[in-house]
Each structure stands twice: as structure tokens, then as C-alpha cells.
Design a protein around this ligand. Structure first.
Ligand SMILES: [Zn+2]
Ligand SMILES: [Zn+2]
Length: 225
């Protein structure tokens, strides 16, 4: 089960990066010139947020390990994919996962009970910092994790290298769009959700429900103008 351990190491390293990025955003001036948030950051909130963030990182590891074990027959291991297969599978997982996330996230906003009891925790972050991507109610975190496994089941056959790339990309992208730091690379990649796109969701809370891509908000008319 080496592939499960490697997946967990990738997730761990991404979150370690998120911790360093959070430190730089909250406690140094390193990114002060490229911050898009006009609202004031509150560095003291980091230690209040930490227990739930740590618990959800633990959930991330256990859910990933359990999901990968249950779906192990869907993965192609020990075969390096061609460049074409790698990118097609990577984009397919990202698209399916993001469409699922869009529907899930939008329902958390439209159902006032779910918004109040579950999703309002994530929206305590009016001016998010990088690791607040995982500052969510544990039930929301579990519900959101279904998207990637749904993608694997729909595709039926996924090369593990494409899945590892997905884990890395999705994690780093989530960390980035909560950073409040102006998008550099992502603004040049067509249809990719930017920090500006998700930061607007946190400040206005009435649209921009997608995460990885911005197409779903355009298609379903929920883009914040
Ligand atoms: Zn939301
Ligand atoms: Zn968010």
C-alpha cells in the first residue's frame, strides 16, 4: 500500500507549505505589496483556528487513506502514463471534483439551515489566510472530500501519477485562493479560479461558488460582478 503512503506524504507537504505561507502572510511583510484584501488581517485568529484546522488535517489523512484503500482497484499503479493520458485524467478529475464541489457549496449557501449550522464556520474567515481553506465544519470537510472519489469511480481507471498531481494541485490551489495574495500564474491559465474570484466569495458571500475553475459560476449565473 505504498501508493497510499505517498499520497499522504504529498498532502502533508502541501499543508506544511500552507503553514509556512500562512506564517509569511500573517506575521511578515513579505507579501504586503501584493495583497488584494483591503480588509484588515487578524493574526491572533490563527491560534484560535488551529485546533479545528489540525483536526481537519487529521481527517484529511484518514479519509484519504480509507478512500484510496476502498478504491484501490480503480488505480493503475507502477505504470508511467503518456503525457496525453496524464493531462486528460488530471483535468477530468479536476472538472468532476469541481462540479461536485460547486453543487455542494452552492447548496450549503442556499439551504439556510446548512448555512447557519455548517458553512458559517468557514465564513468566519471574512479575510482569509492560506490555511483557512481547511477551517470548515468537519461534516463539510467530509462532504467535500467525496468529489475526488466520485471522479475516480466515474472514470473507472485512473493512473496514480495523475491522481497524485490532482492531490497536489487541488491542495496548493485551495491554499493559494485563501491567501489574499494577488494571482500571478493562475490569472494566465484560462478558466482557472483565482484568489480574486474566491476572495470575493468570502467578502460578499452571494456567488462565486466554484473553486478550481470559474466556468460553473459563468454557466449557472452565479458569478459575482
Ligand atoms: Zn461559501
Ligand atoms: Zn473559502
Amino acid at each position: 500500500m505504498n501508493f497510499i503512503i505517498i499520497t499522504l506524504v504529498i498532502a502533508f507537504l502541501c499543508n506544511l507549505f500552507g503553514l509556512i505561507y500562512t506564517y509569511l502572510v500573517l506575521y511578515t511583510d513579505f507579501f504586503s505589496k501584493v495583497k488584494i484584501q483591503k480588509r484588515k488581517l487578524q493574526p491572533e485568529l490563527f491560534f484560535q483556528r488551529l485546533p479545528l484546522i489540525a483536526f481537519n488535517v487529521f481527517l484529511l489523512f484518514t479519509l484519504s487513506a480509507a478512500g484510496l484503500y476502498l478504491l484501490k482497484d480503480f488505480f493503475i499503479l507502477n505504470t508511467v502514463p503518456s503525457v496525453g493520458v496524464f493531462f486528460i485524467q488530471l483535468i477530468a478529475i479536476l472538472l468532476i471534483d469541481d462540479l461536485y464541489f460547486y453543487c455542494f457549496h452552492r447548496s450549503l449557501h442556499q439551504n439556510k439551515y446548512l448555512l447557519k449550522k455548517i458553512h458559517s464556520i468557514h465564513h468566519r474567515a471574512a479575510t482569509p489566510f492560506p490555511l483557512e481553506y481547511i477551517y470548515v465544519h468537519p461534516l463539510e470537510w467530509i462532504g467535500g472530500a467525496i468529489g475526488s472519489f466520485l471522479a475516480v469511480i466515474i472514470l473507472q481507471e485512473v493512473n496514480i501519477y495523475a491522481f497524485w498531481a490532482y492531490v497536489m494541485f487541488r491542495n496548493l490551489h485551495e491554499i493559494d485562493i485563501h491567501s489574499g495574495v494577488r494571482s500571478t500564474i493562475s490569472q494566465y491559465i484560462p478558466l482557472l479560479g483565482t484568489t480574486e474570484h474566491h476572495d470575493l466569495h468570502h467578502s460578499k458571500i452571494n456567488g462565486n461558488f466554484a473553486s478550481t475553475f470559474n466556468i460553473w459560476d459563468k454557466i449557472f449565473g452565479t458569478k459575482i460582478k
